[in-house]
Design a protein around this ligand. Sequence first.
Ligand SMILES: Cc1ncc(COP(=O)(O)O)c(C=O)c1O
Length: 404
Amino acid sequence: MSQTPTRADFDQYMVPNYSPQKAIPVRGEGSRLWDQEGREYIDFAGGIAVNSLGHCHPVLVEALTKQANTLWHLSNVYTNEPALALARTLVERTFADKVYLCSSGGEANEAALKLARRWAHDNFSEHKSRIVSFSQSFHGRTFFTVSVGGQPKYSQGFGPVPGGIVHGEFNNLASVRDLIDDDTCAVMVEPMQGEGGIVPATQEFLQGLRDLCDAHDALLIFDEVQTGVGRTGALYAYMEYGVTPDILTSAKGLGGGFPVGAMLTTDRVAPALAIGTHGSTYGGNALASAVALAAVEYIATPAVLDGVKQRHDLFREHLEAINRKHGVFKEVRGMGLLVGAEMAPDYEGRAKDILPLAIEEGLMALIAGPNVLRMAPSLVIPEADIREGMARLERAVARLVAAK
Ligand SMILES: Cc1ncc(COP(=O)(O)O)c(C=O)c1O
């Protein structure tokens, strides 16, 4: 029998681009996880806003096992029922008329950016190619998406960055006015910056981008990879804002833990991705589509979406109570169950130091940059788990404060 893998195997066998925590979870149920030693954790990380229904939710397990016993994969030489049903439900529930399926957020954004360039090329001219995005934004790790993203550290050292990309300041419409003209093909923006520090866009900013795009025949792309599928308390965050994009990307929570992504767009724009212009072997994979369909249909109900808003209030109350006692946070912010706590000046850059302490206390959390503690739990996390997780977080915070 082969030996049980250990954390040391990571350093020996894996490319060193990650630095995972020491504990190796082996089992999950709802919002709880257990590691190799049988230690239990409450999960406020949710696989970075992926496990939208927690771990091993019966509805997703049923969809996956049913599909696993039926049909796994065909490629796009053939289509399949789960992919068609997923596309139909996404169209019926959103602004979109057409859907492109893929396997990750980066891939969905890559498709969105290529679509925008191709649409402008086909309908206007090859000069209409400029893409506007924002500092601190994050859109994935393919070389196109990392270049559109507003964090240069992720593209540095990888050679010439693709051209025709400019960055404005998030939530600063004036900074965008000079960047957009008739040569702009698209503006890409997260309705709430996730990796950039859990910063919601203002209503005026998103509406202003919509107006600028309309004035210059540019496409508005909302990257809802992190904010989508119920995360903010609406099926997609654009619905909260009442500002409709031309292209929307979705991944992460879409599959509840199964890799899947989608790009949504309109009949006006979709034809630019004509036969043969773009593709992906795994796009519309039957297993992924069956799970995503079950996830969307479960989440897109008032019970789940209203529950996200109620849980948001609970998260906020607990974090503010911790802060009243320990004074570590400057601000608690976010929407729905994407919640950030920015560290106070005395603890500048110390959010990352909370994570290992939290693990020792039995809590998994996240950061969004070194200065923001981030939480993106299951959308249906039980209240008791929120309370217990916050008690554990408070112990971790108290240890951070005591060690100062
Ligand atoms: C807003 C946003 N876009 C895109 C991505 C990339 O998604 P993926 O890692 O699935 O490629 C992420 C991942 O964190 C994200 O938060």
